[in-house]
Design a binder for this molecule. Structure first.
Ligand code: ZN
Length: 175
C-alpha cells in the first residue's frame, strides 16, 4: 500500500504507538491500515450413497485440477454460509451445512482454512463458469495426483479417515 485509502495521502510504514508490528500509517488522517490473513471456507458435500461432490477448476490458479467447493469468505458471512455460497457458485448444488472438521493454517500465504462437512440435498449439480466438470466420486475415484491444493488433499484424507473410523473428528494442521 502506497496511499491512504481514507484520504489519498502517501502512507509511511512504521510501528504505531502501543503496537508491536510495522503498519502502513497515514500521517495526514492518522488511519492505521491493518492487513490480516484471509479466511477460506469450504465443504465436502456428501451424497447419500457416500460419494462426494468434486469440481474441476476452470479458473486460475490450478485450472484443470480438482477440488471440493471452497473460496474466500465474504464480509458479513458465517463460515457455513460462505461454504454454501461457494458450493452454489462452483457446482450449482444445494447443501445442508455440517460442522467444521478441520482448520488449516497457511501463514506463508496468509491464509486460514475452515472446512465443513456437508450433506448434498439433491443430486442436482453441473458445470459453472468456475468449474468445467462437477461430479460425485467414490473415495477410490478421487484423483489424488490431480488435486488443486495441499489443503484440499489433506482435507479429503481427513474426511475419509474420519468416516472410515465411524466417528466425526476435528483436526488442525499447519501447512
Ligand atoms: Zn489518510
Amino acid at each position: 500500500m502506497k496511499f491512504c485509502s481514507a484520504c489519498g495521502h502517501p502512507v509511511t510504514r512504521r510501528i504505531p504507538d502501543g503496537d508491536t508490528l510495522p503498519r502502513a500509517v497515514c500521517d495526514a488522517c492518522n488511519t492505521i491500515h491493518y492487513v490480516n490473513p484471509k479466511v477460506i471456507v469450504g465443504c465436502v458435500p456428501e451424497w447419500e450413497d457416500g460419494r462426494v461432490l468434486m469440481c474441476r477448476r476452470d479458473i486460475e490458479p490450478r485450472r484443470g485440477k480438482w477440488t471440493f467447493p471452497a473460496g474466500f469468505l465474504e464480509i458479513g458471512e458465517t463460515s457455513g454460509e460462505g461454504a454454501a455460497r461457494e458450493t452454489r457458485e462452483e457446482s450449482m448444488a444445494e447443501v445442508e451445512m455440517g460442522e467444521v472438521f478441520c482448520v488449516f493454517n497457511v501463514p506463508r500465504i496468509h491464509q486460514v482454512y475452515l472446512l465443513h462437512r456437508a450433506r448434498l440435498l439433491r443430486p442436482d449439480f453441473g458445470p459453472t463458469p468456475e468449474s468445467s466438470e462437477v461430479c460425485l466420486m467414490r473415495e477410490d475415484e478421487i484423483p489424488w495426483d490431480e488435486i488443486a491444493f495441499p489443503t484440499v488433499w489433506h482435507g479429503l484424507r481427513y474426511f475419509f479417515a474420519d468416516r472410515a473410523a465411524g466417528r466425526p473428528g476435528f483436526r488442525s494442521m499447519d501447512i
